[in-house]
Design a protein around this ligand. Structure first.
Ligand code: F6P
Length: 322
């Protein structure tokens, strides 16, 4: 292999730049040239390629977002789009791919490998942490800390005004952020799409006249929960009109900012190992870190297997909020 390409795709996540830097420097260390594909799969179709050198990835390890930009690309879902992308890679003598992103990125990469057999390795970059084959995804830790800081600030107002605050955090169809930040932020309840009983428990708590009198409460709701925070707000307000309730949707602030040390280290280790794997003949698989060891899982398994929530940690909320 003489030349590989790297790109970021799907939602940006803090640590993607640290990962790009590790990929480029590991390839260069092994005398392999690296091309950066701008704007994810869209740039692969449009032929937006830039040469990346050790110098061009200097001073990016600390930056959020992605210097290669990113997109969610509908055209890559078509056979014609992928054929154009393949022709562009061939024209540029690209022999391997490093694909940084979430499940949509992996799905595209698997289909592309099956059609054109260009070896590719995926790296989990998403704040949602919803990818099988790794304990944590790149960006998850930073997003947690951002959301936790926001909740700490909201607590001040909740406490001063004796209010209930419903805080909606990201997680398209998964409650990983909500669960972790709910525990770290001292929430009274956590509402996630994986649990169908949590809403019932929330209302039972408020109905229970023997419960400890609290002057204020934080309820963390995952974005992926049916109806989100607005639905919970309306239902609570209807049954308990006397409560002073406010809703805060944290939104995209969770995706930005400088990556935490944990995310930079994860991104760096996965970036280095993925290039090494590609050079050893790896293909059609993605990197992850389980119990502090780098491992690889086929795209197929990573896409098809649902990552389980840490149920023990989830069970703690009932003890801690009692
Ligand atoms: O996948 C990461 C994520 O931030 C999800 O939590 C969220 O549902 C989605 O992306 C938002 O995507 P967009 O920025 O395209 O609106």
């Amino acid at each position: 292999m003489k030349k590989i390409a790297v790109f970021t795709s799907g939602g940006d996540s803090p640590g993607m730049n640290a990962c790009i830097r590790a990929v480029v420097r590991t390839a260069n260390f092994n005398n392999i040239k690296v091309v950066g594909i701008m704007n994810g799969y869209k740039g692969m179709i449009d032929g937006e390629f830039v040469n990346l050198t050790t110098e061009s990835v200097a001073n990016i390890i600390q930056r959020g977002g992605t210097i290669l930009k990113t997109s969610r690309c509908e055209e890559f879902k078509t056979v014609d789009g992928r054929k154009t992308a393949y022709e562009n890679l061939k024209k540029n003598q690209i022999e391997g791919l490093i694909c940084i992103g979430g499940d949509g990125t992996y799905t595209g990469a698997e289909i592309f490998y099956n059609e054109f057999e260009i070896p590719s390795i995926g790296i989990p970059g998403t704040i949602d942490n919803d990818l099988y084959g790794t304990d944590h995804t790149i960006g998850y830790d930073t997003a947690l800390n951002t959301a936790m800081d926001a909740i700490d600030k909201i607590r001040d107002t909740a406490d001063s005004h004796n209010r209930i605050f419903i805080v909606e955090v990201m997680g398209r169809s998964a409650g990983f952020i909500a669960l972790a930040v709910g525990i770290a932020g001292g929430a009274e309840s956590i509402i996630i799409p994986e649990d169908t009983e949590d809403e019932i428990r929330l209302f039972e708590n408020f109905r229970n006249t023997n419960r400890r009198k609290k002057s204020f409460s934080i309820i963390v709701v995952a974005e992926g929960e049916k109806g989100g925070s607005t639905y919970i707000y309306n239902k609570l307000k209807k049954e308990f009109p006397q409560l002073d309730i406010r809703t805060t949707v944290l939104g995209h602030i969770q995706r930005g900012g400088n990556p935490s040390a944990r995310d930079r280290i994860l991104a760096t280790r996965l970036g280095v190992s993925s290039v090494e794997r590609l050079l050893e003949g790896g293909k059609n698989e993605c990197a992850g870190m389980i119990n502090n060891k780098v491992c690889f899982t086929s795209y197929h398994d990573a896409i098809k297997t649902k990552k389980q929530l840490p149920t023990y940690i989830y069970s703690l909320i009932n003890i801690l909020s009692s």
